[in-house]
Ligand binder design. Structure first.
Ligand code: UDP
Length: 329
């Protein structure tokens, strides 16, 4: 019997590339799609020769065509770092809205089940802690993160509309901060920022006083949660993340320990609308999917550090965001 086909958008990105790996392992044929604005072909280089993997260089905010039947669509194309949103706000809005619309249309045409990547950013700077799926959020639509947050909120709305109006099989995952190999080293996100700084012998830049919290999930745990959600019959949003919460100040200390850097922490202004605390309530994922994260931060950080250490020097010193300061106000 011919293998079933899966479409992964954002395939050359951090999460997309890990999803391609997983679906190939599970015995599917995978079509990976990416416009390479923030994705990197190096993330899927190891798949290019496989007969079951095909790469399409395409922007999903334009009409999407894939020949043949498709069983599952996983929509993971989107910039995903606060600095990206500031540099490419229109593309961020388009991929979450027009891109999602195109993929929902494709799913309908193919009779495919679609899972869309939503985010803890739908909760904005949350006033409820930890965040359950029932919380509606506290989002500033016209703030620097608004282009991402509102695109993702629209994405959830249109996905639910296709589910109720067209009876499309849809799944929505709300992803909390995730890390692991193939994260972009210089996208401005805190973990690659700190590790990159340690590797280059620079001081670690903590924004604000470092009392804001995040909860970091290792990528393999996230992929497992997404896989289970896709195969479940639950159409409503599900939080997937690791509830182990830490302040950014403590996190910087952990990176200093991990890397053995002699550098110190320096403080910079907190970017506008930076959420003060974030921690997923994962009761739903536990109950519905029987899922909990397995990888501790200590284990996950070690693997991730090894990955960043193995990158070529030109990648380590390539500054994507030279004009960083201009964007963080
Ligand atoms: N952050 C920091 N130093 C950096 C980059 C980020 O202190 O060099 C902080 C940022 O202000 C935020 C947290 O780390 O409070 C997580 O930032 P990130 O961009 O990784 O993701 P977010 O969860 O804010 O979307």
């Amino acid at each position: 019997m011919a293998k079933e086909q899966v479409l992964v958008t954002g395939a050359a990105g951090f999460l997309g590339s890990h999803l391609c790996d997983r679906f190939l392992q599970e015995g599917y044929k995978v079509v990976g799609m990416d416009n390479l604005i923030t994705g990197d072909l190096r993330n899927v280089e190891h798949l290019m020769k496989l007969p079951d993997f095909e790469f399409y260089h395409h922007d999903v905010s334009k009409f999407v065509h894939v020949p043949g039947p498709i069983r599952y669509i996983l929509h993971f194309a989107s910039p995903a770092s606060p600095i990206d949103y500031l540099k490419i706000p229109i593309q961020t809005l388009k991929v979450g809205s027009l891109g999602t619309h195109n993929l929902l249309g494709l799913a309908r045409a193919k009779g495919a089940r679609i899972l869309v990547a939503s985010t803890s950013e739908v909760y904005g700077d949350p006033l409820v802690h930890p965040q359950t799926e029932e919380y509606y959020g506290n989002v500033n639509p016209i703030g620097p993160r608004g282009v991402y947050d509102e695109a993702k909120r629209f994405q959830e709305a249109i996905t639910m509309a296709y589910h109720t109006y067209h009876q499309l099989e849809t799944r929505i995952v709300r992803i909390f901060n995730t890390y692991g190999p193939r994260m972009r080293l210089n996208d401005g996100r805190v973990l690659p920022a700190f590790i990159g700084q340690a590797l280059r012998g620079e001081d670690l830049t903590v924004f604000g006083d470092g009392s804001q919290t995040r909860s970091f999930c290792y990528v393999d745990d996230l992929v497992e949660g997404i896989y289970r959600l896709l195969l479940s019959d639950y159409p409503y949003p599900v939080n997937i993340g690791n509830p182990d919460e830490i302040t950014i100040g403590q996190f910087a200390e952990e990176i200093i320990q991990l890397t053995g850097t002699r550098q110190k922490v320096i403080y910079q202004p907190l970017p506008k609308d930076d959420p003060k605390q974030r921690q997923p309530d994962i009761s739903k994922a536990k109950k519905i999917l029987g899922w909990t994260p397995k990888v501790s931060r200590q284990e996950g950080l070690k693997i991730t550090y090894e990955y960043f250490k193995s990158l070529p020097t030109d990648v380590l010193y390539h500054r994507e965001h030279k004009d960083f300061d201009k964007y963080i106000q």
